[in-house]
Design a protein around this ligand. Sequence first.
Ligand SMILES: Nc1ncnc2c1ncn2[C@@H]1O[C@H](COP(=O)(O)OP(=O)(O)O)[C@@H](O)[C@H]1O
Ligand SMILES: [Mg+2]
Length: 238
Amino acid sequence: MTDAMVRLDAVNRVFRMGDVSVPVLHDVTLDVGSGECVAVVGPSGSGKSSLMNLVGLLDRPTSGRILVEGVDTGRLSPDRCAVLRNRRIGFVFQSYNLLGRHSALDNVQLPLLYAKVGRVERRRRAEAALESVGLAHRADHLPSRLSGGEQQRVAIARALVTDPGIVLADEPTGALDSNTGTEILALFRNLNRAGRTLLIITHDLGVAARCGRIVRLHDGRIASDQANTAPGLVRVPA
Ligand SMILES: Nc1ncnc2c1ncn2[C@@H]1O[C@H](COP(=O)(O)OP(=O)(O)O)[C@@H](O)[C@H]1O
Ligand SMILES: [Mg+2]
């Protein structure tokens, strides 16, 4: 076992396109400790999303190991991997990825449905998650009736509802105006203060500046990995 929430050990990812091999990640070694807020930055095409897909167990490395809470995920069957992903990893995407025909509350309940949590408990936990992102009053709304920032809050509630060990966010403010983006970052920061482990993928250095550690990817390699000694202090308005 290990203290790391997530550990990547000499991870390589090569995509195959017909006869052509496209190496996308090279020898990536990275530990994310419990309670950290880590930004992964790098230009478009540097491999950030590919890295997130690997850490999130949506993809498998070509070589190297990925451990989640000490479990070597390469040894797990696809079904076991899916269970680990569902229970221990929360996802937030740039485009929110909410189901348009379902209310905010139903969207938030979805991971609990996959986890076979009973109906009453599901509802209770989804309401609490919506409350924690300040959206209890929007529970019955369809995504199309919510602003972008509200939709992203619903997505964050959905990521939190299983009480995951780590939340992965890929460009979570990329589709938002700057004020709304700042609010979402403040929400992440409050989650991290409350002990939540976060991995935030972004090409925006202003976003990274609010994280406690900044990992830079360049052409699929880690170019630097530094503590950020003065992460910006932003608070969610009460
Ligand atoms: N499924 C795939 N098949 C082939 N190439 C891919 C695939 N996914 C990503 N890539 C390539 O990998 C590189 C990194 O992509 P990505 O991880 O999306 O970068 P980023 O998120 O930093 O913009 C790009 O050159 C992209 O074209
Ligand atoms: Mg990307």
